[in-house]
Design a protein around this ligand. Structure first.
Ligand code: KG4
Ligand code: ZN
Length: 335
């Protein structure tokens, strides 16, 4: 079965073709970073319009790459939420229309489930059950994963997502957009232990996170400094070290609580090398990640999630669809 995947929940148009026998056939990504850079963040209306411009050409490109015709598509998977509603509606409308025209099933995929399953696209994928740490610009989630669609939420951020805290701290340090990867790069020049930042919510039980205080701590440290390039690097490193440490403390707790021996990390922040090496260093635990290009939003994870849920794909019976700006993972049904 060949599944066309369409991702358009935020500022990336991602398209892919996944074959349940042969694996990933082709994928393409268009990032809107340049479009939004001058505004310092994603402008939803501009994002929607750009998805409209890019989705169909990318679908054609991916079909050409895979040497396939439209009729070779057996099902269409599209991101239906969570995300920006206008952007989601573009992918949903295009995905549903193609499925309708081809008389093939269409399936609405949860974007966070796409991230969660993305490490399974790699060779030697993890096996269930495992703890999943989902770290993106909009979410910080710890999930007990027993199978596809069997998700128990263990903890989440009560305020900023960790990626959001990276982005806001980077912006405040004058590092540009999107800040996370830039901050991580600058942190390489930082002096270790120059500053000690707090590890929020780690001295009380539970698996929830809070990152907005860390961002404020970074701001106050910056304002009290001479604001030199070295101060930028030192603060970036102190922030990153504290954020990663906080994530690791909670991951260890979640692994202990569930007794799972496997941690699977995904979402934009899973590209962070400090986070990766700290997780790889956990004793007696196996850590799995997506390849760097599939950490952030992409079509491959949506095509793959669609393939994992092919049993849920029934012939569509009515030409209606909905986008869900909010869509908690634990509301999903098992595959
Ligand atoms: O998963 P994603 O592409 O989009 C959402 O679904 O939100 O995640 C984007 C987030 C941004 O906040 C970005 O700054 C962060 O991931 N990010 C990073 C790194 N690469 C991307 N944060 C820290 N270190 C990185 N290397
Ligand atoms: Zn994402």
């Amino acid at each position: 079965m060949r599944v066309l995947g369409i991702e358009s929940s935020c500022d990336e148009t991602g398209i892919a073709l996944y074959d349940t026998d042969k694996g990933l056939l082709a994928h393409a990504l268009y990032s809107q970073i340049e479009l939004h850079a001058e505004y310092g963040g994603v402008v939803p209306e501009l994002a929607s319009r750009d998805h409209i411009r890019k989705a169909l050409p990318l679908i054609n490109q991916v079909l050409t790459q895979a040497k396939l015709k439209r009729n070779d598509i057996d099902a269409v998977a599209y991101t239906a939420g969570p995300g920006l509603v206008g952007a989601l509606l573009v992918g949903a409308a295009i995905g549903r229309s193609i499925a309708w025209a081809l008389d093939k099933p269409a399936i609405a995929i949860n974007h966070m489930e796409g991230h969660l399953l993305s490490p399974l696209l790699e060779q030697n994928p993890p096996s269930f059950p495992f703890v999943s740490l989902l770290v993106s610009g909009g979410h910080t989630l710890l999930v007990d994963v027993k199978g596809v669609g069997q998700y128990e939420l263990l903890g989440e951020s009560i305020d900023d997502a960790v990626g959001e805290a990276f982005d806001k701290t980077a912006k405040m340090l004058g590092l540009g957009y999107p800040g996370g990867p830039i901050l991580a790069k600058i942190a390489e020049q930082g002096t270790p232990d120059k500053y000690q930042f707090p590890r929020p919510m780690t001295n009380r039980p539970g698996l929830d996170f809070s990152f907005s205080g860390l961002k404020t701590f970074a701001m106050n440290t910056w304002l009290a400094s001479e604001q030199s390039e070295q101060d930028q690097a030192d603060i970036a490193l102190a922030f990153q070290t504290a954020a990663v440490d906080t994530l690791i403390i909670k991951c260890k707790r979640a692994l202990k609580q569930t007794r799972h021996k496997t941690i699977v990390v995904a979402g934009g922040v899973s590209a962070n090398t400090a986070l990766r090496s700290s997780l790889n260093a956990l004793p007696n635990i196996n850590a799995y990640f997506p390849r760097p290009e599939f950490c952030s939003d992409n079509g491959a994870m949506i095509a793959f999630a669609g393939a994992m849920r092919q049993s849920a794909m029934t012939k569509q019976d009515k030409p209606t669809f909905a986008a869900r700006p909010r869509w908690p993972l634990d509301q999903l049904k098992p595959a």
